[in-house]
Design a protein around this ligand. Sequence first.
Ligand code: ACO
Length: 328
Amino acid sequence: MSTRAVVLAVGHYTPERVLTNADLEKMVDTSDEWIVQRTGMRERRVCSENETTSTIAIAAAREALERSGLAPEAIDLVVCGTVTGDMWFPSTAAHVQRALGLVNAGAMDVGAACAGFIYSLSVGSAMIEAGHAKRVIVIGADALTKFTDYTDRSTCILFGDGGGALVLEGQENTDRGVLHTVLFCDGNGIPHIDLEVGGSRFPAGSRQAEGRRTKIYMNGNEVYRFAVKAMGDACVRCLEQAGMSADEVDLFVPHQANIRIIESAAKRIGLPDDKVFLNIDKYGNTSGGSIPLGLYEAERTGRLRKGMVVMTVGFGAGLVWGANLIRW
Ligand code: ACO
């Protein structure tokens, strides 16, 4: 039997500070009722000035490593899905490598916005399946609130900070592990979500950056329309390619961007409500952090147990999207 990337343990981190809908009512022209009805969100976590994406990634990876029982020396690779790294370079994964003393590990970030974890899990598991690594820490972590415009009510209500991490190990003769992944991109969606200043087109502080946006821009309606279709399509394609049916999925842990998007994706696949994991009310959209945070909470609350099939799906700026099927 071929090598599978099996999940040994999961960890998480969310900042202490809570930003409620009532807090947002004081900042922009919005209401708790509007936010709950349109998004399902009630509160989210926000990094302090001293907390960064590496704070989240390191804490989540540390918890996952401790729970796996592995020594730091056993890890071959760290893959961190993030678009809000501490700096453009070095990578956030390098911070994790140093903080945890992963002396034998390579480290890299994967940039796929809110699909960051879907993509980083794909990279980490593929490295194991190809024999290039035996044990990998895969992280999804973002601190979008650092780039959120708190005068724009159409985006500032959505985002929160947080993340999670998995420790994967290559095993043979097992039916557990990452079963299948699908990844997609449609670059025609580039204009719909962006953060203009900071890259090489509009370098921070440069003449080209003058008058350009330094905070997240999003055309919510376009993204919404795309997401409803993309989430459902990715799940259907992933199941088809894996030769599985929706009945075989025990738990659905989607990216927590909007409760209405999640509900329509679940309906399209034919999954009953009790198989859909939701924590959007507590955390909002934590970008690449939302799926591993969901996996962590699902396991800790007993909804996700060894041997169960879990399907994850996410989408984000790019536009990119994808899904993973994992036997836990
Ligand atoms: N409070 C009150 N009213 C608001 C708010 C708010 N916070 N935001 C917008 N409105 C108003 C609008 O101005 C509009 O008013 P009008 O009818 O007078 O013009 C009305 O509410 C309806 O606005 P819509 O934008 O049509 O509202 P919609 O139901 O589409 O919800 C939302 C907006 C929640 C942003 C939704 O479009 C959405 O979730 N989109 C997807 C976003 C997403 O998932 N992004 C993830 C990717 S992010 C990444 O990758 C980094």
